[in-house]
Design a protein around this ligand. Structure first.
Ligand SMILES: C[S@@+](CC[C@H](N)C(=O)[O-])C[C@H]1O[C@@H](n2cnc3c(N)ncnc32)[C@H](O)[C@@H]1O
Length: 287
C-alpha cells in the first residue's frame, strides 16, 4: 500500500515519539512493508486512519506498530573481537567480582531475540570451567535482558531457535555443550536459561527500577536514535553502572560527543567503557 508524504510524516513522528526510533526520509518502503498488514487487519483503508486509531489506542495497537517497526537483527557472539574481549578479559573480571560480591548483575539492554544475553551466559559458564573456578559461582550471575519488541522477547524467553537462527554465529562446541535438540529446533539448556530474565522494556523509560549493574550491553540500538536520546540514554546507563562497572556498545557506536562521563577501556582489540576516572583493571586475555 503506497504511503503519501503526509502519512509518512505522521507515522514516523508517532514511532519516534514512542520508541525513539528515527525513520529517515527515503524509508517509506519500510513503513509500507511493515505496517500494511496491520493497517488492513485493523480495518483501516490508509495510513491516516491507522494513525487516528493509534492516537485513540490505549496500548495494544501501539505495541504492535512499534514491534513491527523494530529491526531485530542479531546473532550469536556478534562481533568476533568483542566476544574475544569478553571471553579473555571481561568474563574473568566479572568472575573475580563474583568471588567478592553476592551477585554480579549484567544487562543486555536491547536484547532482541536473546542471542546476546545467552552468549554472555555461555561465556560465563565457559570461563568458570577454563579458569578452574567453583561451579557455584555461576549462580551468582543474574542477567537481565530487555527489549521494546514483545515478539523478540517471546522468542528469547522460549530459548528455542531454528537451525537457521543457530547457524548465525553459533560455535559447534557451544551448540553441543549448551543446547538440547528438540525436533527441528535447538533449546538452550536450563542451567544457562535460568541465568537470564527477559522483560519488555522501552529505553525511553526510567532505568532506576532496574537497579545497579556490573556490566551493561547496549549494542547496535543507539544508531536508531536521535543525538538527544543517545545523550539521555548514556546518562541513564552511567547512573545505573556500579563505580567499577563496564558498558559495551556496538562497534560503530561511541559515547564521544554525547557525554564525558565515560572513559574508553581497551580489552584486547575491543573498546569498552567505564565511568570516567574509574578505569577498572580488566586484563585482556587472562587465559
Ligand atoms: C539491531 S537489534 C540489536 C540486538 C543486539 N543488541 C545485537 O547487537 O545483536 C536492536 C534492538 O533494539 C530494540 N529497540 C529499538 N528501540 C528500542 C527501545 N526504544 N527500547 C528498547 N529496545 C529497543 C529493537 O527491538 C531490536 O531488537
Amino acid at each position: 500500500m503506497p504511503i503519501s508524504p503526509q502519512e509518512f510524516d505522521l507515522i514516523r513522528s508517532f514511532v519516534h515519539e514512542h520508541s525513539g526510533i528515527l525513520i529517515n526520509a527515503g524509508k517509506e518502503y519500510l513503513v509500507e512493508n511493515r505496517l500494511t498488514t496491520l493497517m488492513v487487519q485493523n480495518g483501516c483503508d490508509n495510513f491516516i486512519q491507522l494513525h487516528q486509531k493509534l492516537l485513540a489506542d490505549t496500548g495494544p495497537l501501539r505495541t504492535k506498530v512499534l514491534d513491527a517497526m523494530t529491526t531485530n537483527e542479531t546473532l550469536w557472539f556478534r562481533d568476533d573481537s568483542f566476544f574475544a574481549a569478553l571471553s579473555g578479559g571481561v568474563v574473568p573480571y566479572l568472575l573475580k567480582k563474583a568471588q567478592r560480591q553476592t551477585t554480579v548483575r549484567v544487562w543486555s539492554a536491547a536484547a532482541s531475540t536473546g542471542q546476546e544475553a545467552y552468549s554472555v551466559a555461555m561465556l560465563v559458564e565457559d570461563g568458570i570451567r577454563r579458569l578452574g573456578l567453583p561451579a557455584a559461582l555461576l549462580a551468582k550471575f543474574s542477567i537481565l535482558a530487555t527489549d521494546i519488541s514483545p515478539s523478540a522477547i517471546f522468542i528469547a524467553t522460549s530459548g528455542r531457535y531454528s537451525q537457521l537462527a543457530i547457524s548465525r554465529g553459533m560455535r559447534q562446541e557451544f551448540l553441543d555443550r549448551y543446547f538440547d535438540k528438540q525436533g527441528m529446533a535447538f533449546e538452550i539448556k536450563p542451567e544457562i536459561k535460568k541465568l537470564v530474565t527477559f522483560k519488555q522494556f522501552n529505553l525511553k523509560d526510567d532505568f532506576t527500577q532496574h537497579g545497579t549493574f556490573d556490566f551493561v550491553l547496549c549494542r547496535n540500538v543507539l544508531i536508531y536514535f536521535s543525538d538527544e536520546l543517545k545523550k539521555e540514554i548514556y546518562g541513564k546507563i552511567h547512573r545505573g553502572l556500579a563505580p567499577d562497572g563496564l558498558m559495551a556498545i556496538g562497534a560503530s557506536e561511541s559515547p564521544r560527543g554525547y557525554t564525558t562521563s565515560f572513559e574508553q577501556v581497551m580489552v584486547g582489540g575491543a573498546a569498552l567503557f567505564c565511568p570516567a576516572g574509574a578505569l577498572p583493571k580488566v586484563q585482556p586475555h587472562l587465559s
